[in-house]
Each structure stands twice: as C-alpha cells, then as structure tokens.
Design a protein around this ligand. Structure first.
Ligand SMILES: *Cc1c(COP(=O)(O)O)cnc(C)c1O
Length: 462
C-alpha cells in the first residue's frame, strides 16, 4: 500500500550479540505443559524467538548506553529530568509532564484523578491495562472504533480511527458530565496496531472541545503512527515526523506514554498535560505512588535513555526500516496463505485465529491454541489477544462472553531481530497452517478477574 517505502537495509550495525537456543521439541512440549499452557509463565531463556511484546524489549543504542552512564544520579533536580523535559517539549509540545516507571502508572494517575464510579471513558479502543485502570476506578471503558476495525480483511489506510459520529451520539446520550475525558490510542494496539489519521485526531479534538471534555492521547506508538500519516495521508509526505507529532499533540490536552515502546528503552513512561490544575493533581499523586517528580520511580539513567530514544524513534530512516521489516514479515505470511489482519499494523503482525482455526469455538480459545502450537512447533513466543485476554464472564448470567476478535499478535521488538529471524517464524507458521486441522482447543481452568490472561492456566481439550 505504501509504494514509497525505501528498501534500505537496517540503518545500524550490530555491536553486541546475545546467544539464543532452540530446545528439542519434547522439551518444549514439557515446558509449555508445566507453564499451564500459558506463554507468560515460560522462562525467557526457554524461548528461541520472542515476539511476545515490543514493550521493554528494544535494543538500546550506543548513544543511549553512553547517556545512561554519563548522567548523574540524584533524588531531586537530576539533569536527566531536564533532558527529558526538553525532548518532551520539543517533540510533544506539552507544558507539563510527570515521569513514571511505565505506561500503566500514567494511566493509574490519570484515571485516579479524573474518573469516578459510573463515569464513561470513550476510546477508539482501550488497551488491556488502560481498560483495567478505568475499571479499577469504577469507570466504564467504551470502545468506539470505526466498524471496519473488526473486519480483519478490509484494506484501509486508517483502521484505528474513532467513529466520530458514534462518539458524538454517545456524548449526547450519556451527557458530557458523565464523561470525564476522551481518549484516543495511537496506534490502535488492540485492533492490530492500526493507525489513526490526522483528520480523525482533529475531529475527535473538535468534538471534545465542543462539549468541554478533556482529550488525552495514549501515545505509546505515536512515531509509528506519524510515519503512517506521512506515507498515507494527503499533505504530510513532505513533513518531518516531528512536525507531524507536534500537530497531533496540539489537538490534545495531554497524553499517557510508555517509554517501553517508542522511547526505545526497557522501562519508563510519562504523563503529560497542558492543564495546570490537572498537572498539580498528577504531580501530588505521582509523588505518593511513583516517587519524586524528577525521577518518577526510575533510576535517573532511564530518563536519559528515554530522552535520547525519543529522538531515535522520530528518525525517518529508522521508521522506514521499521515499517519495511513489518511489511516484509507480513508479506511472507500472506504469500503462504496465513490469514493476517490487513493491512499489517506498525509494531506487529496479527493473525486472525478465527480464520486460521475455524474448527475451534471461542470457548476453547483458538488464539491461545495457536500461540501454544507455535511454541511447540518452533520455540517462538507470540501472544493471544482474543477471548483469553478480552473475554468476559457476564456478572448476571455467569456466562462466558467471547471477545469480538480472536487475534494472535506477533510483536516485533525494535532493532532486535533480523529479517532472517522473521523468515524462520513465517515458515514455521506456514507449516502449522498446512496442518491446522490437527490443532486442538484449550479449556481454561483458572483465571483471575482483571488482566486474567497473564496468569491463566489451560488444559488441552480432548
Ligand atoms: C503498553 C501499552 C500501555 C501500557 O504501558 P506499560 O508500559 O506496559 O505499562 C498502554 N497503552 C498501550 C496502547 C500500550 O501499548
């Protein structure tokens, strides 16, 4: 779709390597059984290629490591706080920010401050931790993404968009007083890493202003979203990623951010806003639950690594390479007949497990079944984003309500794996697809209520 993607190789060389090992198949079968058929319970060293997440798994650059060593550690007033402040003002343009140890801490502070029981929080689509943090405050998370997001085969440029008509209808129905904030997740992780257009961001912002509701962006993958806007939306081809980012954030009152994605660090995050009285509240709560605001629950070196990483993320050559690698991986799977979410997103390729395993009903977790088979087949770790992650038990009927989509996400850690690693993963999946009839479903034997998929246990169905 993006005809102008330059086909340059990786814009970096490898300075340090880490050994990876593939256990024999019998060992993998034993390990996954012992893990309760849940890949979150595996040891990382038992995984050959780890596509569980792109979060906190980036390879840092020599510049980041150098910055971490050089920066001074301090409780108050550290220089790394000021480096990060400079980068945030320059790239995001927000007046105030508090650093936090990761994205969900920003969510916790945001929703603890703004959400009271019975309130609604509309989003294009909530990420799992975002949803859990809204629920924790008694709020009701509502997903108002465009309907096309649920059609995994429809090839549209901005399938992550909010349905703005639905949003306005929703505000009128519930009244603005019951909506403490509107959120927009860029890119839309839960719908396959799909981007949101600038036009959509502008329209959501206009609606928020019209009804006097604060508008916050979940900016976890903002730079990947900017690159999509550059390549796909009219009028942005000649703009830099930073210019596009500045425009995006100019429409919002603040953002949550996990540095574990696009700050190319292994930990960190922040919460930004332009609203002074909100900032006061954020800051006071942050000090209680995260730490003093010039370190935010982190060693100061992590702030320095984020400040440097943010600039590496908005580097055009890096983004071109990143998007080309995702597209390369998707094309191998597509050519092998594997049903993937089209078009592929920014940080991952998602498989449609309903189409891959049509013989497994949602109650038997087709996505989870595929994740488990992929580990057994190839030592590759992916993650289920389907009924294990998003399925619900109805409070009144006690019945299982499956998720709307059964997806398996293959996230691509930043600057970690070569095209050859991804080719191995694609070939393994194609092999599994050819013998898909033999794959059986799973029975869930344990799951806590919130974010249950992390610790759930399963057994094979006979
Ligand atoms: C990862 C993520 C979060 C939460 O960030 P953590 O650093 O993992 O706590 C929130 N929203 C989205 C869209 C994410 O991808």
């Amino acid at each position: 779709m993006d005809e102008m993607l330059p086909s340059l190789p990786e814009p970096f060389r490898i300075k340090m390597v880490e050994r990876i090992r593939l256990h024999p198949r019998e060992v993998r079968e034993k390990l996954i059984r012992e893990a309760g058929y849940n890949v979150f319970m595996l040891r990382a060293e038992d995984v050959f290629i780890d596509l569980l997440t792109d979060s906190g798994t980036s390879a840092m650059s020599d510049e980041q490591w150098a910055g971490m060593i050089k920066t001074r550690q301090a409780y108050a007033g550290s220089e790394s706080f000021y480096s990060l402040e400079k980068a945030i003002k320059d790239i995001f343009g927000f007046k105030y920010f508090v650093p936090v140890h990761q994205g969900r801490a920003a969510e916790n502070i945001l929703f603890s401050t703004m959400v009271s029981p019975g309130c609604y929080v509309p989003n294009n689509m909530h990420f799992d931790t975002t949803e859990a943090n809204v629920l924790l405050r008694g709020g009701i998370p509502v997903n108002l993404v465009v309907e096309e997001a649920y059609d995994t085969q429809k090839d549209l440029p901005f399938k992550g968009n909010m349905d703005v008509e639905k949003l306005e209808r929703f505000i009128k129905e519930k009244t603005p007083e019951k909506i403490p904030l509107i959120m927009l997740t860029i890119t839309n992780n839960s719908a396959g890493g799909q981007p949101v257009s600038m036009q959509n961001i502008r329209e959501v912002s206009e609606i928020a202003r019209k009804y006097g509701i604060p508008f916050f962006i979940d900016a976890c993958r903002f730079a990947e979203n900017c690159y999509f806007i550059k390549m796909r939306e009219e009028g942005y081809r000649n703009k830099s990623i930073k210019e596009i980012a500045r425009e995006i954030f100019s429409y919002a009152d603040g953002c949550t951010f996990s540095g574990k994605k696009e700050a190319l660090t292994n930990i960190g995050g922040f919460l930004c806003t332009n609203i002074e009285e909100l900032y006061e509240k954020f800051r006071n709560l942050a000090i209680i639950i995260e730490g003093f605001i010039t370190y935010g629950g982190l060693a100061c070196r992590e702030l320095e690594a984020m400040a440097i990483g943010l600039y590496e993320a908005i580097d055009e050559e890096y983004q071109a390479y990143r998007h080309r690698q995702v597209e390369y991986f998707a094309s191998l799977l597509r050519d092998g007949g594997v049903p993937i979410v089209e078009p592929p997103g920014g940080h991952a390729v998602y498989i449609d497990a309903k189409k891959f395993l049509p013989h497994i009903p949602p109650e038997q977790f087709p996505g989870q079944a595929l994740v488990i088979q992929l580990y057994i087949e190839a030592g590759v770790r992916a993650v289920e984003l389907g009924s294990s992650c998003f399925g619900k038990i109805d409070d009144t009927t006690g019945k299982f309500v499956p998720a709307r989509m059964e997806l398996v996400r293959l996230s691509i850690p930043r600057r970690v794996y070569t095209d050859n690693h991804l080719k191995y993963v694609a070939e393994s999946l194609i092999r599994l697809y050819q013998k898909r009839d033999q794959i059986k479903g799973l029975k869930r034997v344990y799951a806590p209520k919130l974010l249950g998929h992390f610790t759930a246990r399963f057994e094979p169905v006979n």
